[in-house]
Design a protein around this ligand. Structure first.
Ligand code: ARG
Length: 465
C-alpha cells in the first residue's frame, strides 16, 4: 500500500469501509465540539476500567502503568489548552483514546478491551452529572440561606397576601419568602433522589450484551464511588431516564424561580412599589431615562421556557427508540448541558440578588389597608361572639360595602356604625381589625404569625447549617 492509500484508509472506520465519510456527514455525526466537556469523566472512567483490567490480569501491570502515565499527560494537555481536538475523531472518547495510543502505543490500544463507547458514554455522562448535581445542591442551599436571611429581617413587615391577585389577607413578608424556601428545599430533595439513580455504573455492559472478559464491575463501581452497577446490559447502555429525571427536577426548580421572578417584577413596578432590586441586577432603557428594568428576573422567567423545552426534547428523544443503544442518544448532551448551565447560573445570580433586595414596608402596608384585608378577621370575631360563620360572612360584606362608600378602612368605621351590622361588636374589635392583630391571630403551625415564622426560620437554619 502506498502512503497515500494508508492515509485514506486511516480516515475510514476500518478495512470494511471502501471510502471515508463525507465532510458533511462527519460534521453531522460528530459530537466532539460539545461532548469534550466530558473529558474529566472520560479519563476517570478509563482509569478505573484500566485498573480493573490489570487487577483481573486482562492487561499487564506495565500496560496499566503506561495508560496511567499517558492519561496524566493528556490531562495536562487538555488543562493547558494544548490538546488538539479533532473533528475527524468524532467524539471525546475517540479523541482521548487516539491521543493515548499516540503517546503509549499498544497499551493505549488495549484500554478498550471489554468496553464499548456505548457503556463508556453512559458512564461518562453519569459521572459528569453526578458532580454537577453536587454543585447544584450547594447552590440551592445558598439560595435558601439568602431567602431565610431576608425572611428574618422582615418577619414583622406586613405584605398584602393575594389570591387571584386580589388583596386577600395580610401576611408577614418573611412568611412569604419562606414559601420559596420550601420550594427550593423540595428541589434539593428531588436532586438528591435523582442522584441515586444517576450514580449507577453501566461499564461492563459493553456494546449491549455484556462481555466475555472476566471484568469486575463491582470493583469499577467502587473505584468511581458509584452506588452499584446497572443490572441489565441492554438497559445499561440505552437508559437515559436519569437525564430526563434530572431535567424534570431542574425544570421544576426553574419554575419556582420563574414564579418568584414574576412576583419580583410586579413588586418592582411603580403600581406596587414594594421592593427595589440593587442596581447591579437591573438595566436602563436606551430611550426612557427614568427606567430601571428588572432584566434578571425577566430573563430567568424566559430561560425557564428553555429548560422545560429541554425536558420535552429529551422525552421525545427517547420515545421511539428500540433497545439498545442508538445514535439518537448522542442528542441527549446539548439539552442536558444547557439545562445544567442555565440552572447553575440562575441559582447563583438569584442567591446574590435576594441579598440585594430593599423592602418598602410602608408601601406594602398601605396596599394591605386598601384591600380590606382584615374582613375575615371581623367575621371570625363575630363567630366568637356566637354568630354562625355564614351569617358573619354576610354581615361583614355589608360592613365592607359601607367602608367602600365612605372610602375608609374597616378599622376606621366608628363603633356605632359597626354595631349596625352586629350589635355584639364591642371596642375590642379594633384590635382584631388591625393588620398586626390579623397577623398575630394566625398563630398556627405553618401560619403567618410572627412567632410561627420565627420558629420556621429556626428550623430552616438548623437544617441548612
Ligand atoms: N458520541 C456517542 C454518543 O454520544 C458515543 C457512543 C457512540 N456509540 C456508537 N455505537 N456509535 O452517544
Amino acid at each position: 500500500m502506498t502512503q497515500n492509500q494508508l492515509d485514506k484508509k486511516s480516515e475510514a472506520w476500518s478495512a470494511l469501509f471502501s471510502e471515508p465519510m463525507s465532510d458533511l456527514v462527519k460534521r453531522y455525526t460528530s459530537s466532539v465540539s460539545f461532548d469534550q466537556r466530558l473529558w474529566q469523566a472520560d479519563i476517570e472512567g478509563s482509569l478505573a476500567h484500566a485498573g480493573m483490567l490489570a487487577a483481573q490480569k486482562i492487561i499487564s501491570t506495565q500496560d496499566h502503568a503506561a495508560i496511567e502515565g499517558g492519561m496524566k499527560q493528556i490531562r495536562d494537555e487538555i488543562e493547558s489548552g494544548a490538546f488538539e481536538w479533532k473533528l475527524d475523531l468524532e467524539d471525546v472518547h475517540l479523541n482521548i483514546e487516539a491521543r493515548l495510543t499516540q503517546l503509549v502505543g499498544d497499551a493505549g490500544k488495549r484500554l478498550h478491551t471489554g468496553r464499548s463507547r456505548n457503556d463508556q458514554v453512559a458512564t461518562d455522562v453519569r459521572l459528569w452529572l453526578r458532580s454537577e448535581i453536587d454543585l447544584i445542591d450547594g447552590l440551592l442551599a445558598s439560595l435558601q440561606k439568602a431567602l431565610v436571611d431576608i425572611a428574618e429581617q422582615n418577619v414583622e413587615v406586613i405584605l398584602p397576601g393575594f389570591t387571584h391577585l386580589q388583596v386577600a389577607q395580610p401576611v408577614s413578608f418573611g412568611h412569604h419568602m419562606l414559601a420559596y424556601v420550601e420550594m427550593f428545599a423540595r428541589d434539593a430533595e428531588r436532586m438528591a433522589d435523582v442522584r441515586k439513580r444517576v450514580n449507577r455504573l453501566p461499564l461492563g455492559a459493553a456494546a449491549l450484551a455484556g462481555t466475555s472478559y472476566p471484568l469486575d464491575r463491582e470493583m469499577v463501581a467502587k473505584t468511581l464511588s458509584m452506588d452499584g452497577v446497572c443490572q441489565n446490559s441492554l438497559d445499561a447502555v440505552s437508559d437515559r431516564d436519569f437525564a430526563i429525571e434530572f431535567t424534570a427536577a431542574a425544570s421544576l426548580a426553574m419554575i419556582h424561580i420563574s414564579r418568584f421572578s414574576e412576583e419580583l417584577i410586579l413588586w418592582m413596578s411603580q403600581n406596587f412599589g414594594f421592593i427595589q432590586i440593587a442596581d447591579r441586577f437591573t438595566t436602563g432603557s436606551s430611550i426612557m431615562p427614568q427606567k430601571k428594568n428588572p432584566d434578571v428576573p425577566e430573563l430567568a422567567r424566559g430561560k425557564t421556557g428553555r429548560v422545560v423545552g429541554h425536558l420535552m426534547g429529551l422525552l421525545t428523544l427517547m420515545k421511539g427508540q428500540p433497545l439498545a443503544y442508538n445514535k439518537d442518544n448522542q442528542e441527549d448532551k446539548e439539552p442536558l448541558f444547557d439545562t445544567v448551565d442555565t440552572l447553575k447560573d440562575t441559582l447563583r445570580i438569584f442567591a446574590e440578588m435576594v441579598g440585594g433586595i430593599t423592602v418598602r414596608p410602608e408601601a406594602m402596608e398601605k396596599a394591605a389597608l386598601r384591600g380590606y384585608a382584615t374582613a375575615t378577621d371581623l367575621a371570625d370575631y363575630m363567630v366568637k361572639k356566637g354568630l354562625p360563620f355564614r351569617d358573619a360572612h354576610e354581615a361583614v360584606a355589608h360592613a365592607v360595602k359601607a367602608a367602600i362608600a365612605h372610602q375608609v378602612d374597616l378599622s376606621e368605621l366608628p363603633l356605632k356604625v359597626l354595631q349596625e351590622f352586629n350589635p355584639k361588636i364591642e371596642k375590642d374589635v379594633y384590635e382584631v381589625l388591625s393588620l398586626r392583630g390579623s397577623l398575630n391571630a394566625r398563630n398556627i403551625l405553618g401560619g403567618t404569625a410572627p412567632a410561627q415564622v420565627r420558629a420556621q426560620i429556626a428550623r430552616h437554619r438548623a437544617r441548612l447549617g
